[in-house]
Ligand binder design. Structure first.
Ligand SMILES: NC(=O)c1ccc[n+]([C@@H]2O[C@H](COP(=O)([O-])OP(=O)(O)OC[C@H]3O[C@@H](n4cnc5c(N)ncnc54)[C@H](O)[C@@H]3O)[C@@H](O)[C@H]2O)c1
Length: 362
């Protein structure tokens, strides 16, 4: 278990196997007084896991299920509006609860809906992808994409509990598992070189989705994320910002690829981190050794590191840069980059010239 300490908004992230049965008391004590539970999920999860999930909910709750299409393209205001209308039609009350049951897309949408419906109802995340378990379900960032860019409409809204049950990962396609590892490697680069070197030794086990390794990885990742979120919940003190390592590039790439399934979020993050590391090298902060060592870990795990992966999209560099400028991290027309000094040491920097950015995109 990892505690996210945010005074009266503190909550726990529980990690393990078969949690819905083993931790029933703990889970449902977070929504005492609720009569109904509204479960937001997608078609894929419905087919694979919804039946068992519903069975594990005590009989004293009435459940309503909202099923949406899977994928990044669903993460838009139209979906949020549809869900809000459903909840209001069902006369959701402030004492009811919302369960986000799915990957990061479901988590971001459920969190946003929970934060604005009736000005906030209780929320529990049940993340079912590795990416959502190591990253998106913790920290309280919620939201959707806009025509102007990724995650530009949203709120900060902390859940009451996060339940990371690794049994869900058994049905997750390998490509999605690897996508989650991009965020895991990110944590190691931004603050923990020992974790990075440990990951290097685990690549064989990572590739076969070893349950012991995955459990350790989730715990460690959430620990690093929660320590930054605790210091800077609303992302205003340049502490939480470190979690955005590589994300300015990644979000621009996802937008350039029109949120296609051919570029998963983690894959975009993997390429984005390699690009920003090239930028750190070009600006003289990162050594060639560290640059290569990080790239090698991504390659060994089976993640993309450069634009070759996106050959079919024929993306223009100028278009990537244009989309980077729509990022939330632009301040007074200047992009705030998270740069890397060495493995385990990152910092915020905004004195970057356009030429260096162009060179880093390859
Ligand atoms: N809020 C945050 O702090 C934060 C942080 C990182 C990423 N994100 C967001 O998370 C999203 C990416 O999340 P994701 O990678 O989980 O993608 P996703 O939610 O699109 O899920 C990926 C796919 O896996 C399927 N799936 C989910 N669980 C499954 C399971 N157990 N078995 C089989 N299939 C399953 C889904 O239906 C979907 O098709 C992006 O929108 C990203 O912006 C948010």
């Amino acid at each position: 278990m990892v505690k996210v300490s945010l005074k009266e908004k503190s909550y726990n992230v529980i990690i393990g196997k078969n949690l819905l049965k083993r931790q029933k008391k703990k889970i449902f004590s977070n929504i005492t007084g609720a009569k109904r539970i509204f479960i937001i999920t997608d078609i894929v999860i419905k087919k694979l896991h919804l039946k068992n999930f519903l069975k594990s909910i005590p009989n004293n709750f009435i459940t309503e299920t909202i099923i949406i299409k899977p994928g990044e393209k669903t993460k838009q205001l139209k979906t949020v509006e549809q869900i809000l209308n459903f909840l209001l039609k069902k006369k959701i009350s402030r004492t009811d609860a919302i369960f986000g049951f799915g990957g990061g897309v479901i988590g971001d949408i459920s969190g946003f809906v929970a934060s604005i419906i009736l000005r906030g109802v209780r929320l529990i995340h049940f993340p079912t992808t590795l990416l959502a378990q190591v990253d998106s379900s913790t920290g309280g960032k919620t939201g959707v994409n806009s025509i102007h860019g990724k995650n530009l409409v949203g709120s900060f809204y902390q859940p009451k509990l996060v339940v990371c049950d690794i049994d869900f990962l058994l049905t997750l396609p390998k490509r999605e598992i690897l996508s989650g590892y991009a965020e895991v490697i990110k944590y190691s680069i931004l603050s923990d070189k020992n974790f990075f070197h440990w990951l290097k030794k685990q690549t064989n086990k990572i590739i076969i989705n070893d349950p012991n390794v995955v459990q350790k990885v989730i715990k460690k990742s959430i620990f690093i994320k929660s320590s930054l979120v605790t210091k800077d919940e609303k992302d205003v003190k340049n502490k939480r910002a470190l979690l955005n390592l590589g994300h300015t590039y990644a979000h621009a790439l996802e937008k350039c690829c029109k949120y296609s399934k051919n570029l998963l979020h983690g894959e975009a993050v993997s390429i984005g981190i390699c690009m920003v590391n090239r930028l750190s090298f070009i600006l003289g902060f990162l050594s060639m050794n560290d640059l290569k060592e990080i790239e090698k870990l991504f390659v060994d795990i089976g993640l993309p590191t450069n634009l070759n992966f996106l050959e079919n999209f024929k993306i223009k560099k100028d278009n990537i840069i244009k989309n980077m400028m729509h990022d939330k991290k632009v301040l007074n027309g200047k992009l705030n980059f998270i740069l890397c000094k060495k493995i385990g040491k990152t910092f915020v920097y905004n004195k970057v010239n356009l030429n260096s950015i162009k060179k880093s995109i390859c």
